[in-house]
Design a binder for this molecule. Sequence first.
Ligand code: P4A
Length: 419
Amino acid sequence: MRTSRCMLANVTKMLDFYSQFNPSPLSIKQFIDFGLSACERKSFVFLRKELPVRLSNIMKEIHLLPDNLLRMPSVCLVNDWYIRSFQEILEFEQADINDKMLTKFCQALVKIRNRHTDVVQTMAQGVLELKESHEVDQATENSIQYFLDRFYMSRISIRMLINQHTLLFGGNLNGHSRHIGCIDPQCDPIGVVQDAYENARFLCDQYYLASPELVVKSHNELEPNSPIRIVYVPSHLYHMLFELFKNSMRAVMEYHGSSCENYPPLEVTVVRGKEDICVKVSDRGGGIPRSHMDQLFNYMYSTAPEPPKTDAHTVPLAGYGYGLPISRLYARYFHGDLILLSCEGYGTDAIIYMKALSNEANELLPIFNKTSTKFYRTSIPTGDWSNQNSSMGVRHLTMGNPRRPVLPSSSLSEEHVRC
Ligand code: P4A
């Protein structure tokens, strides 16, 4: 189905209108308070404006992508999905609120969620199409890294809003569950650790015919001896841990080789402090050199054609796809973080940070404005530190991975080149 010129003119107008508004971030506490008072009309009125605002803010950025990427068929497809979903939500802009309309709205949200299921895979395909058809320069790579972090974060947030509304009001009453939408106010992080470990271990056993054991330690600083409970979205925590376990298992199995008798166990430490909850996954998988660290979070670098799947034993455990960068977005989404610390020659620690207080766990959302626009227009920043290989004039990554408080920090693989 092609979108006509007249329809596109109207969409452009509405995009300009809604993208003037900043998205309204909600805290986990607000999601919960809202879920407990559960007023479908209020939610409808909020979402029929907030969804177009979030969609338009990120759609404006899609159009700032480098032209050669925008022209890739998979990127066009994703863009069309966004246009269609944006239009479908706008149909409720002026609607009278009655039960029939509320039901229609829920159905529209489910349809949109399904349409966008394969966005990550399809964008990755688009990046692959670009890599295979063009020489990609550093400026383009920086733009892609910056964009995909913001784009996937926007997607996580939009799916969160849709999931909350459809779970709370979609009819499938689940009265005996303590969940409020997809939030568990009494989430047991050690339980999620064990789940994620078991599922990663299943894949590891299939591929390597063995797997490292798990040792869990925990410390509750506030109430010693009582179990740690957090207010969180368990599926997000599971996603991050599953990814980290696959990486750790792969590192351990590859480093120690198939003739090893006793693989060193994975150690997980779960700690509740006053401000943060930390989950640390430690392995003795040989670690990675500091110079390779950035690559693990780099979308361009992680984009490779899927390996051929002949049978279960030939699918590698980890390493293809956007596991780490997207896991870090899940952590940052509620103002937490995910970091890797590695000692080359020994092993790697991965730490997931979460906010301990649900009123501090605010959504972190990309905003379309002059600053974000400028990013796509600026080429490579001029370096103000010398290069490691400066004497030879070799272009090289120099800075480590300084942590900045907000999202754009992942696009740190700038080249520090004297321009
Ligand atoms: N050593 N340490 C890790 C990896 C290696 C590691 C690794 C070779 C690299 C790439 C990869 C999976 C593992 C680890 C834990 C982590 C991340 C990396 O969370 O031990 O797939 C991309």
